[in-house]
Ligand binder design. Sequence first.
Ligand SMILES: [Zn+2]
Length: 110
Amino acid sequence: MSQSMLYHAFGVRAGYEYVRTDYHQGAVQFRLVVKADQFACPSCASVNVIRKGRRERTLQTVPIGLKPVFLVTEVPTCECKDCGAKFELAPLLPRRMCITPKSSRRLRTR
Ligand SMILES: [Zn+2]
């Protein structure tokens, strides 16, 4: 699976980098991480930010044949070293997707 395949077939836009594909209990999982160029403070635009942790988001996307397909993305938690802001990085994912019950429980308001 290439980055351009993810872009054209599943609508994954800039901001994410493809890591690997996992096959898990009959489902296909594309693992994505946030690209390095996305690490900037939303308050002051500084790039002097450090990672404080991460969580994962799982979104179901269009199936391949009969196999369900999920995009598993990291959501890094960051802190700005200049202004002290704490924030999560979650570049937009395609709109036409369902959120799985598992991930919706984990989706928190910021
Ligand atoms: Zn800042």
